[in-house]
Design a protein around this ligand. Structure first.
Ligand code: XBP
Ligand code: MG
Length: 255
């Protein structure tokens, strides 16, 4: 006789940063363009261009892709020289982004602060799994959640710990390992197709809140697609998690 299915308990929420916690990508785009202008490069990433380039996760990887895809003369440089130029551009971009965010350019998306607070009070572990630079996370969350923001998150996986960028699942797999939890005990929150693919490849059911840069992405594999997280209750999350961890549904989530 089949034992009644006991759904795994929801024990952790794992958040992507850019586009999920806040609509950061316009600021990233402006910061890239500021760095290009400072370097005397005639590159100007407008919104349609940046929307396409966002299919490459990671700022350095995105610039490298742009150089090769646009057959920019920089592509002819010896690898070490090109690496040095990309590193410098990215450092300048990160400084420009930090200045924009520190000046108050960004707020958390609707419902994010409430969900983090409610989940933390309910004893759920919170984690971050992002491809962005650590400094960007600190600038954003110190300015929105306060200087003690790190105490809210048990685990932070970012560009400095997970070198393989989304859709590679490394950031999520490392977050699960450091949390000491199974994928079925967690829910992920993402904004993009790359992010959904990364979480899904790690076996984690995912809630999507798209934004202007990702509305057109394929979110078929998501457990839920929402306009934002406003008004979201823990009971709703628990229901979605239970539904997502039913045997027949889990069979569709790769491990
Ligand atoms: C989104 C990214 C990042 C940002 C730019 O990260 O792919 O590359 O666009 O930040 P997330 P960096 O996984 O949080 O959605 O220039 O620091 O990479
Ligand atoms: Mg994102």
């Amino acid at each position: 006789m089949n034992r009644a299915f006991e759904p795994p308990r929801l024990r952790a929420l794992i958040f992507d940063v850019d586009g999920t916690l806040a609509d950061t990508e316009q600021c990233h785009r402006l910061a890239f363009n500021a760095a290009f202008s400072e370097a005397g490069l005639a590159w100007e990433w407008d919104v349609p261009t940046y929307t396409r380039l966002l299919e490459v996760a990671g700022g350095k990887e995105r610039m490298r892709h742009h150089i090769s895809a646009s057959a920019d003369p920089l592509a002819e440089l010896p690898a070490t020289e090109l690496d040095a130029i990309i590193d410098r551009l990215h450092a300048d971009k990160t400084a420009a982004y930090g200045a924009l965010v520190s000046a108050g350019a960004l707020q958390l998306r609707p419902g994010v602060a409430d969900l983090i607070d409610t989940a933390h009070r309910a004893g759920l572990a919170l984690a971050i799994a992002t491809t962005t630079t650590p400094a960007n996370i600190d600038t954003l969350l110190a300015g929105t959640l306060g200087s003690g923001w790190r105490q809210l998150f048990a685990v932070i996986e970012d560009a400095s710990t997970a070198v393989r960028k989304k859709p590679d699942p490394q950031a999520y797999q490392q977050a699960l390992a450091r949390l000491g939890l199974k994928a079925a005990e967690c829910l992920a929150f993402e904004d993009s197709q790359n992010g959904l693919r990364a979480a899904h490849a790690a076996g984690i059911a995912t809630v999507i809140t798209a934004n202007e840069f990702t509305l057109h992405h394929d979110f078929t594999a998501a457990t839920r697609v929402l306009p934002d997280l406003s008004g979201l209750t823990l009971d709703e999350l628990l229901d979605w998690h239970t539904g997502a961890t039913q045997p027949q549904h889990r069979a569709s989530i790769s491990h």
